[in-house]
Design a protein around this ligand. Structure first.
Ligand SMILES: C[S@@+](CC[C@H](N)C(=O)[O-])C[C@H]1O[C@@H](n2cnc3c(N)ncnc32)[C@H](O)[C@@H]1O
Length: 375
């Protein structure tokens, strides 16, 4: 890994960057095929995907992340999905991000969790005082941008009412002048926002190259225009970014793990959930053959240099059962296993990949890739 990305990783893993996962888990659950016999290994991020897997009541989940804050949020989300009997209380905690007595609720939810996670929450339960949704670097960056662009929930509702064909123009009018202001552009071109949105230098270069662009400001505008054409009423990423909260009027506009049916399915799930604070490569290295049936990698391979990507894929082949499913996202078009000459072990799930890529409402990725392992 190059020096700039080593520094990025050292800084990133010590900060609270996300409070939710910026990947469309409605898409993931549709194609992953997780069931009661499944054994999953997944990078957690802020854990909306890991918490959602619980609703399929798999045999086990191994959640891993180099960022302790993200893994601690994942552990609390998962414990809460399994233990909080009232959907109202569950939704208040994670849908609104607040609770009137966070110390009590967090203390009770963390009882069965590893000691370091209990310690973490003893000193961080106050993030539910004000609202979890305002915490973390991504949320803070979005808050600044929406203040500068003077957009809010009312603006978003007016965008929803605008024909799709006219939305690009509305977005350009609202955000163009702000993003093109010299000082805003200078900040956006610095490493600061990369840390705040969790894109390292390697991924940023891949992202610009794939889109044929050289400037992150052009990328940001293009991305906003693309997102505007999605199903905005249900796009929880857009609500989070523009309004600072979910669209509470629509129960299906929250991340799936928060919905009533998923919560009911997760309650009391018998799944063995383990939390690994560290690098996924170390978790893989410590595991034997036939360990996992599913791998969810987020877009972490985009952060890795080619040699590390190659090692990751090799370790997945070694530790998987035959027929295991691997999900990862990428800002690039190329197939990762084929690029590393491992195509014979990773059979592309073409239809699922094409549909998932088209459906993912973050519009951040050129590929939402599903592969099936063949030994
Ligand atoms: C790759 S980042 C990117 C953003 C992602 N799309 C999201 O919404 O969370 C997601 C998470 O991967 C974690 N991560 C990155 N590389 C990792 C690795 N090699 N092992 C474990 N976790 C890793 C980061 O700490 C972060 O929490």
């Amino acid at each position: 890994m190059r020096v700039a990305d080593q520094a990025f990783q050292q800084l990133f893993k010590r900060l609270l960057v996300y409070n939710m996962l910026f990947e469309d888990t409605e898409v993931d659950e549709r194609f992953l095929g997780v069931g009661p016999e499944s054994r999953l290994l997944g990078i957690s991020g802020a854990g909306c995907g890991i918490a959602n897997q619980l609703s399929r009541r798999p045999r086990s989940i191994d959640a891993v992340d180099i960022n302790a804050s993200h893994l601690a949020i994942t552990a609390l989300k998962t414990a809460s999905a399994r233990q909080t009997e009232s959907h109202e209380e569950f939704y208040r905690l994670w849908g609104h991000g607040t609770h009137p007595s966070p110390a009590r609720v967090v203390g009770s939810l963390t009882k069965g969790l590893p000691a370091w996670i209990q310690r973490h929450w003893r000193s961080h339960h106050d993030i539910f005082d004000d609202a979890l949704h305002h915490r973390g670097l991504t949320a803070r960056l979005f808050a600044v941008l929406r203040r500068l662009a003077k957009v809010d929930a009312a603006w978003l509702r007016s965008l929803i009412a605008t024909p799709v064909s006219e939305r690009r123009r509305c977005v350009t009018e609202a955000f163009g002048p702000v993003l093109r202001t010299p000082w805003v552009g200078a900040v956006l071109r610095s490493p600061l926002p990369l840390v705040a949105i969790g894109v390292n230098h390697a991924q940023c270069e891949r992202m610009l190259r794939a889109e044929g662009l050289t400037d992150v400001v052009d990328y940001a505008l293009m991305h906003l225009q693309r997102v505007a054409e999605t199903d905005l009423e249900r796009n929880w990423f857009v609500w989070f970014a523009i309004a600072g909260h979910f669209n509470h009027a629509r129960p299906d506009a929250a991340p799936p793990y928060l919905r009533k049916d998923h919560h009911e399915a997760s309650l009391g799930a018998p799944t063995d959930v383990r939390f690994h604070h560290g690098n996924i490569l170390d978790v893989l290295a410590a595991a034997g053959r036939n360990t996992w049936t599913h791998y969810t990698l987020l877009d972490a391979p985009d952060w890795m240099p080619p040699a590390v990507q190659r090692r990751l894929l090799g370790e997945i082949v070694r530790t998987s059962v035959d027929g295991a499913v691997v999900l990862h996202r990428s800002v690039e078009d190329a197939s990762l296993p084929e690029r590393h000459g491992l195509g014979r072990h990773f059979t592309p799930m073409m239809e699922e990949t094409a549909l998932a890529t088209q459906l993912d409402r973050t519009r951040q990725f050129r590929r939402v890739s599903f592969h099936r392992i063949a030994h």
